[in-house]
Write a new protein. Structure first.
Length: 232
């Protein structure tokens, strides 16, 4: 649909843009809300509708002051507001990314916020077909592709902490246990505390296809000198 002045300035057209952006934000926000994500239904609605509103305002500024002379003091850049939307969404997306040990959560939600802002901008520019297709593709990615996750083989990561007596070197026995379970040690740290008279090992293990922490603890506790075991 064209972006002619009369079409842009029509109050009904402006309301339609906002309503369509509201619907798109609702559809994608419901999926995030169902999975208990920090940025859920209301956040997606506000981001999408807000991005649309800012594009409408940007468009309105251009058509209102577009007739000014290029030699004048005021210079118009219709894309400037759109560029600032993307910058602002970057800060908002960073707020939903959480790091828990070796696990990072919230990347999909952050990407979803960035994406839904683009959808709102497209609605704001009157690109209804493109924005509708983009909404449909996002729903396919979030709902349809999620059903493939149980089928895909992927590595799991386990953060394991073992505390032993200071005079006991349990590194070799621990590595033997990991080898029996065909685990790969992707990271290892060792800390010897002479004041508390203990030795601490921190491992990051991978290549296991199921939760294995409890099985490892039962074997590790049988080693000599082990004082404490923790995993997550």
């Amino acid at each position: 649909m064209g972006l002619e002045g009369p079409m842009v300035n029509s109050q009904l057209m402006l309301i339609l843009k906002l309503l369509l952006a509201f619907v798109a934000g609702t559809l994608i926000g419901i999926e995030r809300e169902k999975h208990g994500r920090p940025a859920g239904l209301r956040t997606h609605i506000l981001v999408c509708t807000g991005a649309c509103l800012m594009m409408v305002v940007s468009e309105g500024v251009f058509f209102k002051f577009g007739g000014l002379s290029a030699e004048g003091v005021v210079r118009l850049d219709p894309g400037r507001i759109g560029a600032q939307i993307i910058t602002g969404i970057g800060f908002l997306g960073a707020g939903v990314i959480l790091k828990e040990g070796v696990t990072v959560r919230g990347l999909t939600t952050a990407a979803c916020l960035w994406y839904i802002a683009g959808v709102g901008m497209a609605f704001g520019m009157g690109m209804f077909l493109i924005a509708s297709v983009a909404t449909g593709l996002a729903l396919v990615a979030l709902i349809g592709m999620k059903k493939l996750e149980p089928v895909l083989t992927k590595d799991r990561f386990l953060s394991l902490c073992v505390v032993t007596a200071c005079d006991v070197d349990s590194l070799a026995p621990l590595q033997q246990i990991f080898a029996r379970h065909q685990l790969l040690v992707s990271n290892i740290e060792q800390d010897i505390n002479l004041q508390e008279k203990n030795r601490r090992y921190d491992f990051v293990l991978t290549r296991h296809q199921k939760r294995i922490g409890q099985e490892l603890i039962e074997e590790i506790l049988q080693l000599d000198g082990v004082l404490r075991v923790r995993y997550k």
